[in-house]
Design a protein around this ligand. Structure first.
Ligand code: DC
Length: 203
């Protein structure tokens, strides 16, 4: 039986952490859809045409160890504004969402475009300062020279681009549950999400 949990929201709000925890809790498959755009953006940085790159993406492209960098994140946000790139990645995401056994997908357009019929939708947010603090903590492990100011600017640029684009812009689905994680621990955010899904599964 298909059961889809759609998680959308701006960068570094906690979507991935909540998505992975929900998938583990319910035994569902998890797809971080940002990785599809990051892998496409990475290929563009290597000189490939982004549409051709998206059309020829393979599973191993999602394993490159520099996919999480700010540079690749910016490239991802740029290729994500190209309608043909989004189209090329659509069928894979839709099939994943409706796979037997349940699926959790996190991204920007899961509840609005990829799977409007998802059984549960979350729109995860956190304050700009908290998102920047978390992302800086994560990225500075690999790049100790990265400043908080650079991370703030990076998130601001990406969120503005992701929200303003014409195709599948970042916005909450009408029926999404808003989850502001600014003041929550990871455990609290996950417990809130689990309780919500359990409520809907029983419904
Ligand atoms: O979730 P992330 O930060 O890894 O995503 C990287 C970029 O990919 C993000 O800035 C916008 C784009 N993206 C998108 O447009 N749609 C998605 N479903 C997921 C990511």
């Amino acid at each position: 039986m298909a059961f889809t949990i759609a998680i959308d929201g701006p960068a570094a709000a906690g979507k991935g952490t909540i998505g992975r925890a929900l998938a583990a809790h319910f035994g569902f498959a998890h797809l971080d859809t940002g990785l599809l755009y990051r892998a496409t953006g990475r290929k563009m940085l290597q000189g490939l045409d982004p549409v051709a790159a998206a059309r020829s993406l393979r599973a191993e492209d999602l394993l490159a160890d520099d996919l999480r960098s700010s540079e690749v994140g910016q490239a991802a946000s740029r290729v994500a504004a190209i309608p043909e790139v989004r189209q090329a990645l659509l069928d894979f995401q839709r099939a994943f969402a409706r796979r037997t056994g349940g699926a959790v997908l996190d991204g920007r357009d899961i509840g609005t475009v990829i799977c409007p019929e998802a059984e549960v939708k979350f729109f995860v947010t956190a304050s700009d300062a908290e998102r920047a603090r978390r992302r800086h903590l994560e990225l500075s492990e690999k790049d100790p020279r990265l400043t908080l100011k650079e991370v703030v600017e990076d998130l601001r640029q990406r969120d503005a681009r992701d929200s303003a684009r014409a195709t599948a812009p970042l916005r909450p689905a009408k029926d999404a549950l808003l989850l502001d994680t600014s003041e929550m621990t990871i455990e609290e955010a996950v417990a809130t999400a689990v309780a919500e899904v359990e409520g809907r599964r029983g419904a």
